[in-house]
Design a protein around this ligand. Structure first.
Ligand code: ADP
Length: 688
């Protein structure tokens, strides 16, 4: 190199080239120059670093960085750039020598010769792989943010559900700390959410209260296998203010990502508890009331007995008083009769009239006493009808014979019409009494010259008897009242002094006791007709029992109270006995005669005849005296019962065992075994 001006210009040029080279080589960007063919003319160090090919490997060759699938696209690109198009920051993908893709940002500028003709392209490439990765990551980050937000949405909905639940729901972690609560928990316990989160569950359900129950959190956490517990456990919980209340707790353990959890559903059951307690107290009250009722019943029974006693006293009083009265009365009647007989010689007509008054008054008094006694007997249920078959027309003739003299005296015509052969099953004397009462009334209340007639017919198993007169008649409003005791029709009886006002009352009862009816048809001034009916066949009850050898013993249950009767009968029938039940003493006596029971159980307090009276009568009659009677009573009067002749005495309420035990003893000789007996024997033999 010489020291001429050219030398210095050349030197300048080279200096420029060197400076350029230094810039190109030190650039962090890959700088690549390509000729018009697309062959590499410059390849700096950054290009070597970025793509892996050395300068020597690529100079004079086609650009090696174009990925195979982009070759077509590259040719078009190259063409447009050769026409002078520049590109700034075009991002695309190039390939490394090892095949890995490189994200690049490309700036291109045309290379021109001194004439300005484009001879090649100058390219600068920046490796943006890292930035792309960051971008991508950031994009992913955004996606996860979306997911997070979506999740938050689900959480929100779940929250809503949680908060809408009527129960207090909370979640407890493995350490027993509260990690989630809903609003019901806050309401129920009076704590705020923040006061509860992280606190031990014992704050709400204290261990003190928990320990009463076999529920402890360890039970749910420390078990190797977590099983969901669906059982509602009833515990007590504590509010923030310290008050305790009954709760149902349902625990459902589950495995969560962050460890095992338990979902607790707490329900306030204090209301239900209260209701249950109320029902219980109501029940207790009911029991107390029942007890009170039983006491009241006992008191009533006692009062009944008192009434019974008073009635008995009245009966006794009447019986003795009648006797006491009748004795002097009979003397009065007897002596006044004597006086009347010899009256003609010894007495003045006036004195004779006086004696007549004495006789009349005394007879009236006797009649009255007899009626009163009769009626009280009937009302006390003491009147026993003596059933027999009798001819109605014959009985009526006897009655007619006794009243005819009075009728003749009053010149009243008495006629009768009876079917000859009609016979009745009933109490003949009482039948005559009925007829007599009606006939004597008819004659009594009919003026001289009137007519009285008796007719009798038979309809539907009943005898129908009517007594008709042409007398004063009875106003309609009195038709019922005349059948009650001591009732006399005020206006009609004027001038008719005799009579007690008891005749029709007695008549009615006698008719009814026979199973018949009595009524009157009458109008004032037009006479009266009294009619009564009576069954032709006495009502015999068909108990539907017969005695066959080997039959179970037959028990007659005498009990007026329906439920008690049913209970006794079912006790007996369940054990295999046969049972017949009746509800009055009179029925009991009849049934005892008819069916011959092996044992009788006898209530004491019954309407009409009491159990005592019935027992006495049974013991008096040869037909029934041998039947053992068990008295069943609310009152303990064993001594009295046994003294009258009872075989045993049971106090109400009677247990099945006691009843059967007593019956078993009394029927032991029959050789029959009740169901209980047999099973007992079986047990004994299998046990021994
Ligand atoms: P007494 O002993 O007074 O006759 P009863 O009970 O037999 O009592 O009769 C009650 C009342 O019924 C009588 O007092 C009378 O007023 C009325 N009575 C009864 N039978 C007749 C009748 N055949 N005609 C009119 N009144 C009658």
């Amino acid at each position: 190199m010489g020291k001429n001006p050219n030398d210095s210009r050349e030197k300048q040029l080279w200096e420029t080239v060197q400076r350029l080279h230094a810039v190109v080589e030190s650039s962090p960007l890959a700088i690549i120059a390509l000729d018009g063919e697309g062959h590499v003319r410059m390849w700096n160090r950054s290009a070597e670093r970025m793509f892996g090919w050395t300068e020597a490997e690529v100079i004079g060759r086609p650009n090696p960085t174009i990925p195979t699938d982009r070759k077509e696209e590259y040719r078009a690109l190259l063409k447009s750039r050769m026409q002078g198009e520049a590109q700034l920051g075009f991002e695309t993908i190039r390939a490394r020598k090892d095949g890995a893709p490189v994200d690049v940002s490309i700036w291109t500028a045309p290379l021109r010769d001194s004439t300005g003709k484009i001879i090649g392209i100058m390219t600068e490439l920046a490796d943006i792989t890292e930035r792309k990765r960051i971008d991508k990551e950031q994009g992913q980050l955004r996606a996860s943010e979306h997911a997070a937000r979506a999740e938050a949405g689900i959480e929100k909905r779940y929250r809503k559900l949680l908060e809408a639940a009527p129960d207090a729901i909370l979640e407890v972690d493995r350490q027993g700390r509260i990690v989630l609560v809903n609003v019901q928990v806050e309401k129920l316990f009076g704590y705020t959410r923040s006061e509860l989160l992280g606190k031990p569950i014992e704050l709400l359900i204290p261990e003190r209260l928990l320990s009463r129950h076999p529920v402890h959190r360890e039970r749910y956490f420390d078990k190797p296998v977590m099983r969901p517990m669906g059982t509602g456990l009833e515990l007590y919980a504590k509010r923030a203010d310290g008050t305790e209340f009954a709760v149902d707790v349902t625990l459902s353990p589950y495995e969560a990502e962050g460890g095992d959890r338990v979902i607790c559903v707490v329900r306030d059951v204090s209301e239900r508890k209260r209701a249950e307690e109320q029902i219980q107290t109501l029940n207790q009250n009911l029991e107390r009331h029942t007890e009170a009722l039983i006491l009241t019943n006992k008191a009533l029974e006692f009062q009944n007995r008192e009434v019974e006693k008073v009635n008995r006293l009245k009966d006794e009083f009447l019986a003795s008083m009648s006797h006491e009265l009748r004795t002097p009365l009979n003397s009065i009647i007897g002596f006044s009769d004597l006086l009347a007989e010899r009256g003609d010689e010894q007495f003045t007509p006036k004195q004779k009239r006086f004696i007549g008054h004495i006789q009349q008054g005394a007879r009236h008094l006797l009649e009255l006493i007899n009626d009163i006694l009769d009626l009280s007997k009937i009302e006390a249920g003491h009147l026993e009808l003596k059933y027999e078959d009798f001819n109605v027309s014959a009985a009526a003739a006897e009655v007619l014979a006794t009243v005819r003299p009075i009728a003749i005296a009053k010149s009243i015509e008495v006629s009768s019409m009876f079917p000859e052969d009609l016979s009745l099953e009933g109490d003949r004397l009482r039948f005559k009494q009925i007829l007599y009462n009606l006939l004597s009334n008819a004659i009594k209340f009919t003026a001289a010259g009137g007519r009285v007639s008796i007719e009798c017919s038979e309809t539907g198993g009943m005898a129908l008897v009517s007594v008709t007169d042409t007398g004063i008649g009875i106003p309609a409003e009195e038709h019922e009242a005349i059948f009650s005791s001591f009732h006399q029709v005020g206006t009609t009886t004027k001038g008719v002094r005799e009579g007690t006002g008891l005749g029709l009352a007695i008549t009615k009862r006698l008719v009814e006791q026979h199973g018949g009816r009595i009524w009157v048809e009458s109008e004032p001034g037009k006479g009266s007709r009294f009619t009564f009916t009576m069954p032709i066949q006495a009502e015999t009850q068909d108990y539907g029992v017969s005695h066959q050898p080997g039959d179970p013993p037959l028990i007659l249950v005498v009990e007026d109270e329906g439920a008690a009767q049913e209970l006794l009968v079912s006790y007996l029938e369940e054990s295999g006995y046969r049972a017949v039940a009746v509800s009055t003493g009179t029925e009991a006596i009849r049934a005892a005669r008819d069916i011959h029971p092996d044992v009788i159980t006898m209530d004491v307090l019954m309407p009409g005849k009491t159990g005592w009276q019935t027992l006495e009568e049974l013991k008096k009659s040869p037909a029934t005296e041998a039947i053992p009677v068990i008295i069943v009573s609310v009152v303990e009067e064993r001594k009295k019962g046994l003294s009258i002749g009872a075989a045993d005495y049971l106090v109400k309420p009677v247990s099945k065992e006691h009843l059967l035990e007593a019956i078993r003893r009394l029927t032991a000789t029959s050789g029959w075994k009740s169901r209980e007996d047999r099973s007992r024997r079986h047990e004994e033999s299998s046990g021994g």
